[in-house]
Write a protein that binds this ligand. Sequence first.
Ligand code: ATP
Ligand code: MG
Length: 256
Amino acid sequence: MKHQVISFANQKGGVGKTTTCINLAGALAETGTSILLVDMDYQSNLTLGVGLDLGPEDKSTGDVLLYPEVSFRETIHRSCIPNVDIAPASLSLSKVDINIDRRPERHRILHDKLYEVKDNYDYVFIDCPPAFNLLTVNSLSTSDGIIIPIQCYPYSLAGLNTLLEIIDDIRYAYNFDLEITGIVPAAYDSNTRLAADVLAELHTRYGGKVYDTIIKKSVKVAEGPVHRKPMVQYAKSHPVTQAYRELAKEFLKREG
Ligand SMILES: Nc1ncnc2c1ncn2[C@@H]1O[C@H](COP(=O)(O)OP(=O)(O)OP(=O)(O)O)[C@@H](O)[C@H]1O
Ligand SMILES: [Mg+2]
């Protein structure tokens, strides 16, 4: 296996990080792949999206980062997807940046804590927030690979360039092993010429890094937060669900 720990990252908001993470995990789980989902965004969309409601006593990823005595194992819950566990987020994540800022190991707390559990799973998927803060740095410092969901608009390409530069900086500063697992065209609007042009440019610039599978824009995908489960569970035979299954197949093939 090439990349075991994978961050879903893009500094741009609303590009499909969480949706891709949930639905790829759902499709992979159908093939018997085990996954630990890690929610690093205080919006908690991943946590809510796999059906979890945290009680006041439940530990979250924020507690793991803030308090040395909290182990990663304590945060792990079953998700609504068989074979898939989740380390949930809560609002405590919003306190992390300021509170760990002076700790010398601030960029690698997640790395050091995740170590005790990651080998219990085939893959660990980390859902990053739409920002370059210490949460994203922690996520990328502990990842072997990055999946970048991108929407096919002209300005997305400029954003992707910036992201790749920042990934290079993180690679040199903290994690030389970090690689691009793949770029996913997400919420692709097949009715516009513009999207087709941008997709062609994406292939020209980044070639083999772009997945062949395209996730088209569909209201059915946007319903995910209402159902609070992946599409493989609420829309088993929808064409986009089938596309997520194709993406899972392509992912596994590329990962060898
Ligand atoms: N293929 C699609 N078709 C239609 N809507 C989609 C599709 N993919 C994602 N969406 C919708 O787009 C919105 C943003 O998606 P998502 O939350 O996955 O993005 P994100 O990058 O995680 O956002 P944030 O940066 O806020 O964390 C959501 O409302 C989601 O339901
Ligand atoms: Mg998100």
